[in-house]
Design a protein around this ligand. Structure first.
Ligand code: ADP
Length: 260
């Protein structure tokens, strides 16, 4: 099994467009993620979270700064990665299993090995029995589970997740958070996770990076020292409330929240 990759970004900046219409969206930011670490980026809409993820994947070039994956400078889109978006992006005309096996076809990997890995992931993600169902026959949570299986089936060393549970109801989110944590504990992939949810960020992460807008910067870094696996109700830890309070206070200071 592939172990987690390291990510090291320095002075990362993104300016979209050129000339008078240019828009400074991000940075400069420094970002380090250790092999096997689970790091969340949290911040208000438009602060550059998705941009950061796109830059780290190599899908979008940085305007300034450098990124190294496992010490190697990033110059092209990386293959050794799984990406999960808020929208499951499954193909409606393919069954759940065939959606996951797309990775095998596109990457021309060994079919038997990939089928065995897919079966293991279906089992771990509570999808056993759903292999032959089409996306429209699955609940929102199940569809997102299939997209997680698709992101992991080729055993990448890094998982990039952009608000993956943003469209799910609160109860489903709590369950899928736990299932993702269990899978991560087993596989120890490096995860960069984007969320608007303070509970999700603290519940899942080893470290939370808090971002500000205009242009996006990292304004706080919180090491989450809570035992794993973490419970459904994080409020049972007094430390959870302290971490959450610190993020709320940062957002209030930045003017993200204006409670009177
Ligand atoms: P977040 O994920 O935190 O909501 P994004 O990274 O999507 O933020 O966007 C950061 C800022 O950059 C936003 O103001 C957004 O409108 C802008 N932006 C994102 N992509 C582009 C693009 N391709 N061209 C121009 N501006 C963009």
């Amino acid at each position: 099994m592939a172990t987690g990759a390291s990510i090291e970004a320095k002075g990362l900046t993104k300016i979209y467009g050129e000339g008078p219409g240019a828009f400074h969206a991000l940075g400069p930011i420094d970002l380090t993620v250790k092999p096997g670490e689970f790091v969340s980026l949290i911040g208000p809409s438009g602060c550059g979270k998705s941009t950061t993820l796109l830059l780290v994947s190599g899908l979008e070039p940085a305007s300034e700064g450098t990124i190294a994956i496992d010490g190697k400078p990033l110059t092209d889109p990386i293959c050794d990665v799984g990406i999960v978006f808020q929208d499951h992006l499954l193909l409606e005309f393919r069954t759940a299993l065939k959606n996951v096996m797309l990775q095998q076809q596109i990457r021309r990997l060994d079919k038997a090995e990939m089928e065995a890995r897919a079966a293991r992931l279906f089992d771990r993600l509570g999808l056993a029995g759903a292999e032959d169902r089409y996306p429209w026959q699955l609940s929102g949570g199940m569809r997102q589970r299939v997209s997680i299986a698709r992101a992991l089936v080729h055993d990448p060393s890094m998982l990039l997740m952009d608000e993956p549970f943003g469209a799910l109801d609160a109860i489903t989110r709590t369950q899928i958070r736990h299932d993702l944590e269990m899978l991560w504990l087993e596989t120890k992939k490096t995860v960069l996770f984007i969320t608007h949810s303070i509970e999700e960020a603290v519940g899942l992460s080893d470290r939370v990076l808090v971002m500000s807008t205009g242009p996006g910067r990292i304004v706080d870094e919180i090491v989450i020292d809570l035992p794993r696996p973490r419970p459904a109700h994080l409020g049972e830890y007094p430390e959870f409330s302290a971490y959450a309070q610190r993020i709320y206070a940062t957002f209030e200071k930045l003017g993200v929240y204006q409670f009177h």
